[in-house]
Design a protein around this ligand. Structure first.
Ligand SMILES: Cc1cc2nc3c(=O)[nH]c(=O)nc-3n(C[C@H](O)[C@H](O)[C@H](O)COP(=O)(O)OP(=O)(O)OC[C@H]3O[C@@H](n4cnc5c(N)ncnc54)[C@H](O)[C@@H]3O)c2cc1C
Length: 383
């Protein structure tokens, strides 16, 4: 393994790999990416692959629109099939408050040219007759949205990064970030030290732990979300949008011939990745409530992943103040897959000392100490 590098990236998930890819595109030399297990084995492998533009803050919408430039042309740019299924996202509002927020979000989204439709419960029933609508106030739908395969996306970035000369090492855990005073000096691994003036924390739910290795606080915590999968389910006609019952924090979409159905999200942090089959009671209740025909569905299997949550559910990007060369790309709070193209590009620009193509000053880690958190009208939905 290398003994020196110009840039070390810690973490081989979709974020670390997108940063590596974008650095390679800019012909950066001496880039090394270290992954403690196998590429993509963290949150990236567990993610539902959702891609949308219906966000409630300008910064997230800008990240989505920038990322669409890659998602829409992925095969052409990366020579890897992405299979972006544009079935649309359908958000459902059950209370007056939710509906008022959805309506005001749509004003912001329209300002950015996002073709979001506001729908009455009757219109929703007409278009998707399998949905229960009697308790709804309304919904929003955007047909440009949908989902894609996280592994395919990761492979595309990895192939481009390798072609551009990035050295990727799996099964290589970073155990310490080396410092020389207020300057990063490299990383320690069981395979030896690598000295480097730049280290990028792209450790997903482990971002806080990697921060501690550098002696700094990165306020990101892991929260478990379980997902379940049914066997073949032909009783609903395609295309099925990615349906989000906002009030219940529940969603479902097609997965192969079956369905992917969201299970509970823990409301306390942990690295627990067990599947609780008890959770299936909640899954069944939410499912049958919103889509009564799902009483015919049988759950085949499930898995659990970790959301990497920041205190305001927005990313933390930029160089750590007071520790030169230590860059953060963390805290995506359930949206890191879909925003990875934009994040990779912006991080590569920052690391190389260029002006970032999107103003990310509101995402600096200092905002938490300043009490300058990004506010959303309702707690952000985690895909
Ligand atoms: C159930 C679920 C569903 C989701 N659905 C969506 C969705 O629909 N759309 C969306 O946009 N997002 C979704 N997300 C969020 C998305 O998965 C994450 O935001 C994204 O994968 C974060 O990528 P990452 O590269 O930062 O983290 P990860 O994929 O976790 O990668 C970090 C990597 O760092 C490695 N690592 C950690 N510590 C070290 C160390 N010390 N040394 C070396 N390597 C280390 C880990 O092994 C890991 O591979 C979902 C998340 C979950 C849990």
């Amino acid at each position: 393994m290398e003994k020196t590098a110009d840039i070390v990236i810690v973490g081989g998930g979709i974020i670390g790999m997108s940063i590596a890819y974008h650095l390679a595109q800019k012909r950066a030399k001496g880039v090394v990416l270290l992954e403690k297990g196998m590429l993509g084995e963290g949150s990236t492998a567990k993610c539902a692959g959702g891609i949308r533009a219906q966000f409630s803050t300008e910064i997230n919408i800008r990240f989505s629109l920038e990322s669409y430039k890659t998602w829409d042309r992925f095969q052409e740019i990366m020579e890897t099939e992405l299979d972006f299924k544009k079935v649309g996202y359908l958000f459902l509002a059950s209370t007056e408050e939710e509906w008022a927020v959805f309506q005001s979000n749509s004003v912001l989204q329209h300002k950015f040219g996002i073709p979001v439709e506001l729908l009455s419960p009757r219109e929703i029933q007409h278009r998707w007759p399998y949905l229960r609508v009697d308790d709804l106030r309304g919904g929003t739908f955007c047909g440009r949205e949908g989902y894609a395969g996280p592994y395919e996306a990761l492979s595309g970035f990895a192939r481009g990064a390798r072609r551009g000369g990035v050295k990727i090492f799996e099964e290589t855990e970073v155990t310490q970030i080396l410092r020389n005073g207020n300057q990063v000096a490299g990383v320690r691994t069981p395979r030896g030290d690598i000295s480097s003036p730049v280290v990028v924390n792209a450790a997903g739910p482990y971002a806080g732990e990697v921060g501690k290795m550098a002696g700094v606080e990165v306020p990101v915590q892991p929260y478990r979300r379980q997902l379940f999968f049914t066997g073949p389910f032909p009783h609903i006609s395609d295309p099925i949008p990615l349906v989000i019952d906002f009030h219940r924090g529940w969603y479902f979409r097609r997965e192969g011939a079956g369905l992917l159905i969201s299970g509970p999200k823990d409301n306390f942090p942990s690295f627990n990745l067990n599947v609780d089959y008890d959770a299936m009671v909640e899954v069944a209740e939410n499912s049958i409530y919103r889509v009564p025909v799902l009483e015919k569905a049988a759950i085949d299997r499930g898995w659990a992943g970790s959301y990497e949550i920041s205190p305001d559910n927005h990313a933390i990007l930029g160089e750590f103040p007071g520790l030169k060369g230590f860059f953060l790309a963390n805290g995506f709070s359930g949206h890191g897959f879909q925003h990875s193209p934009a994040v990779g590009r912006i991080m590569a620009e920052l690391i190389l000392g260029e002006k970032p193509s999107i103003d990310i000053s509101c995402l600096s880690v200092e905002r938490f100490a300043r009490g300058d958190l990004i506010r959303e009208p309702l707690t952000a939905f985690k895909d």
